[in-house]
Each structure stands twice: as C-alpha cells, then as structure tokens.
Design a binder for this molecule. Structure first.
Ligand code: NAD
Length: 426
C-alpha cells in the first residue's frame, strides 16, 4: 500500500473510505491464495493524478480548484468510473471509489478496470458559467489520463449529463472530431444511451427484487426507506413504487420526509422539481437523515454518501435487507453487527452495478455508432443483475459467508486470475 497510508488507523472510520476499502479487500484476499506481492499490487491504485487549476469567476476573480483522477486497476481493460463534485472530496475517497469500481466491473463481468475522479467543490455555489468553465478546465487537466480506449468517466455525486456533455465537447475540440465514447452518462442527443439516466436505480430495484425472492421476503406492498433522492435514490424509489412497494421515507441533504401510508412518488417528483428538495412535501412528516435510517422497514436503500451505517447505529437498524445504492454506505464495523443480527446486505459493488453496466452499453454503442432500443437495454440489464445476484447468493450459501464477502471474493479472484494469466510485464 502507498507509503503515506502507513500511519492511517487500522480500524475503518466513517471519515476514511480508503481504509474501509482496504479492510474489505484484505478480508476477501485473505480467503484466496494469492502471492503477497499480488495482494499488495491489488491494494494499491496503479496511477493517481492530482491537479490544481485556475478558473475565471463571474466577479472577475480567479479561483484555484483541486481535482483528482485515480486509476486503480487496468488489468481487465480500460478504466471506468464516475466524477464527483463535492466539497468533501479527498484523494483517499477517490482511491476507495476507484477500487470499488474495479471489483464492481469484475463482479458483473465487464471488460473494465476501476477509476474515479473528483473535484473539491460544492457545485451549487457556482454559476452555470463557472461550472462549465471549471468542468472544461478539469477535463483538459485530466486528458493525460482520459481517453475512449483507456479511461472513460461518467457521472457521480454532484455531476450529471450536462457536465458529461461539456467533458465530451472539450475532449472532442482538442482532437478535432467528435469523440462520443470518451464519457458515458451523456445526453442522448450526443451519443448517450437510452436508459442510462435511471440505470443505477433500475439495477438497484432488480437487485432488491431478486434478493427478496432469494431471502423469501415480501415485495409488493413492502415498506421501503430510501436515503438520498438524487439520481440513484429517486430512480430507485420510483421504480420500486412502480413495482408496488410502499416508499415510506426518503431524504436529501436538507432533510427527510416520512409517511407510513406511503409517499406518492409522481407528486414527490413534481414537488422536488418545483422546490429543489423533498423537504416540505405536503402530507409527510419531517424526519432527520439519522432517524430515517432507523425506521422499521423491509428494504433500506442508502443512496447518498459513504459511511452512513456505522458501528454507532448498526444495532438500531430495523430493515430486513439493506440494498446499497450508494458506494460505501456501510462500514466494516457495521457489517459485523448487521451480520450478527441477520440483516442481509446487498453490497454496493453488486446492488449499484446497473449504472456501469448501462455505461458499458453506451460505450459499446458509441464505438459502433449503432444504437439499441430502451427495451433491449433494460432487458439486458435485468438479466445481468439477476444473474449476478444469484451467483453471489450461491457463493455466499456455499461458503457460509455474507453477500459482501462473497461478491468481493468473486471479484478479487477474477482480477487476480486475469493478472496471473496476462503475467507481470516485462
Ligand atoms: P446525486 O448527487 O444525484 O444525489 C445524491 C443525493 O444525496 C442528493 O439527493 C443529495 O441531496 C443527497 N445527500 C447528500 N448528502 C447527504 C447527506 N449527508 N444525507 C442525506 N442525503 C444526502 O448523486 P448520485 O449519482 O445519486 O449518487 C449517490 C450515490 O450513488 C453515491 O454514493 C454514488 O457514488 C453512488 N452511485 C452513483 C451512480 C450513478 O450512476 N450516478 C452509480 C453507482 C453508484
């Protein structure tokens, strides 16, 4: 592991997703026979880029921003991973997210390694012009890492299709022709894929439904709590609502809403479009993000940020199944407590893989300049998600381990096998 991590605490904390990712990795790697050096290599991001760059602000000042792009592994193919705009982005967070992308892509058999990027900024504090200039400059700065055959970004927290469009356009301007395949999650008009916007949420829904079937829990009418009503959370809530589940609570950074009779999702979507938040939705009671996690429900979908279910609140979680829409919402300490309490966790690298699956479909369509129907995309996604959940559940059952460890073990062994098959250059 990189030298600057040696002084980091041995126990994962909510503040350090990288320590969390390393602890998860070593649990899985410890169950596989792997040379020490191979384990060390897989525990280390292969390339890390830190950039500091200036942007002209609307008031005539110049502001310097810091951004990152990390390639965790290029063993299985070009790297894939989102770009996050958030004021708390750190290099360690980007490292963790890039490692999780490696395992996620391997788990669902995509020919990709893992990457992630981020800029330390609260995008809501920028004007549209500042956001565009910052994005275009960040895209230029990471061009040494990013290209359609080597590293393909996508949206994550704080970024969206418009931001992907600016990145695609910036890269294309530098190359003198349109390069649609350099990012995914783009608007459909410029080479985006139908079904990509809701793909992560749709995948979370498929994973939850298949887990419900395997674990033997009710589905239609079952109470669901969704933390975070952004891209992933809102699509998950809507699609589970379409399936007949009862969405009893949801939230965003400003707070939560609770109605045990069930929220009307189309009306909530209109409320959010009009006000920018779920807060104040007529007929629902306010609830804090912390209390919302502890509501009794069948399915709890954390879909905001890392480190939400920890050693401090895991013993108060009253869900039967946690389906991780977010990356890293449950710490290893919490995993142990949830395990002991018989709560099933469908882990992030499995539950939220739908986003990268449809990003892969988008990339393939762009490279071929041949586009598929939404029906085709959703059916392929469903098959892949259902099969992946079944494979993880079967391994978990066979080895007497939880879904997270089974998913990680399967993913890590695929990457390690590929590395040994390719051999170590030179
Ligand atoms: P987003 O920015 O669209 O939405 C994030 C949501 O979380 C917003 O509603 C925001 O208000 C809320 N939020 C932020 N801080 C919060 C807090 N402290 N408490 C409660 N809510 C809070 O982001 P997204 O793309 O939906 O990503 C959400 C999670 O899903 C992240 O962990 C991301 O890495 C993961 N993910 C996203 C994708 C994707 O395709 N976008 C794919 C896989 C995983």
């Amino acid at each position: 592991m990189p030298a600057d991590h040696k002084s980091a605490p041995a126990v994962a904390t909510v503040d350090d997703p990288w320590e969390m990712a390393l602890r998860q990795f070593s649990q899985a790697a410890g169950r596989l026979s792997m040379k020490r050096g191979i384990q060390e290599f897989l525990a280390t991001p292969q390339r890390e880029l830190t950039v500091h760059f200036p942007v002209n602000m609307d008031d005539g000042s110049v502001r310097v921003f810091t951004g990152y792009r990390v390639h965790h592994s290029v063993i299985l193919g070009p790297t894939k991973g989102g770009i996050r705009y958030h004021q708390d982005v750190t290099l360690n967070e980007v490292r963790a997210l890039s490692m999780w992308m490696t395992w996620k892509c391997a788990l669902v058999n995509l020919p990709y390694g893992g990457a992630k990027g981020g800029v330390v900024v609260d995008p809501k504090t920028l004007s549209p012009g500042e956001l565009e200039r910052m994005t275009r400059r960040y895209a230029s700065e990471i061009t040494v890492f990013m290209n359609p055959r080597g590293d393909i970004p996508a949206p994550d927290v704080g970024t969206n299709a418009q931001i992907m469009a600016w990145i695609m356009d910036t890269f294309s301007m530098h190359h003198g022709h349109s390069v649609a395949a350099v990012v995914t999650g783009k608007p459909i008009a410029i080479g985006g894929s139908v079904g990509r916007k809701e793909a992560t949420g749709r995948g979370v829904m498929f994973a939850a439904r298949e887990a419900a079937r395997l674990v033997g829990l009710p589905w239609r009418g079952a109470p669901v709590v969704v933390q975070g009503f952004g891209n992933v959370g809102s699509a998950t809530a809507r699609l589970m609502w379409d399936e007949g589940c009862t969405i009893i609570a949801t939230s965003d950074v400003r707070g939560g809403i609770h109605d045990p009779r069930g929220l009307d999702l189309p009306a909530l979507k209109r409320h959010v479009a009009a006000t920018g938040s779920v807060v104040g939705f007529p007929g629902a009671e306010p609830i804090s993000n912390r209390d919302l996690l502890e509501l009794p429900c069948t399915y709890l979908v954390p879909a905001a940020l890392e480190g939400q279910i920890t050693g401090a609140n895991a013993d108060r979680i009253r869900a039967r199944v946690i389906v991780e829409g977010a990356n890293g919402p449950t710490t290893p300490d919490a995993d142990e407590i949830l395990d002991a309490r018989g709560i099933t966790v469908v882990p992030d690298i499995l539950a939220n893989a739908g986003g990268v699956v449809v990003s892969y479909f988008e990339w393939v369509q762009d490279l071929q300049s041949l586009f598929w129907s939404e029906d085709d995309i959703n059916r392929r996604l469903e098959r892949l998600m259902v099969r992946s959940v079944q494979e993880v559940a079967a391994l978990a059952r066979e080895q007497g381990i939880n879904f997270r460890l089974a998913a990680l073990q399967r993913a890590v062994s695929r990457v390690a096998d590929a590395l040994m098959t390719r051999g170590i250059y030179p």
